[in-house]
Design a protein around this ligand. Sequence first.
Ligand code: FE
Length: 244
Amino acid sequence: MTHHRNRSRLLLSRRDVLTAFGIAGAAWLMEQAFVPRRAVAESVEPSCLILPQQTEGPYFVDERLHRSDIRSDPSTGQVTRGIPLRLTIRTMGISATGCRPLAGAVVDIWQCDAMGFYSDVRDPWFDTIGKKFLRGYQMTDARGEARFLTIYPGWYPGRTVHIHVKIRTAPIGRRSFDFTSQLYFDDALTDQVFSHPPYVSRGDRTTRNRQDWIFRQGGDRLMLDPTPTENGYAATFTFGLRLA
Ligand code: FE
């Protein structure tokens, strides 16, 4: 699975290169075909891809809640139930001089709990105003990484399983950046996770990846590839930000 996905990202980036450089790109690719595999992987840095932005949706709340473990509600200390997910968001800054880790970016993530509820919102179906579970931000370190401990998200009607991400920077040059997107999971993995408590009590979900109109706008390039850990999953996802 991992290998397949890495390969497809590599192919995507080659296609991007082809689009950008046309005939010259084709010549470049021909050349690459004769370079050992490892060298190709290094020359087409998959983590420097510009990935699709997606809607922030109705549930972003700018809590300015600085924390790595976002599972608890700060007002009560109550920890959200669910399968642990260690999520690392890596940010790379892309400019004319190259692509390198972007330190000091503010990365927010927010998501629903195993029952499909977001904290700190009022909806026709629920009211969680004042709660702040499953929200938080981290600053990226020198490697461009922001690390979170969360849970595998549940689902709510009309959407497939997802985690929201927002990456913001202080002004770099003349502008600051606000990149917002969503991350997705393989449906087969979600089926497996949802067969366990507490998810199983929520019943069958209504929407899978392909039925979600937001997913269909580039979601296949925003797939997490979680690996099992001793008590849950871990996943890393890299966003390239075009700075100049
Ligand atoms: Fe959402």
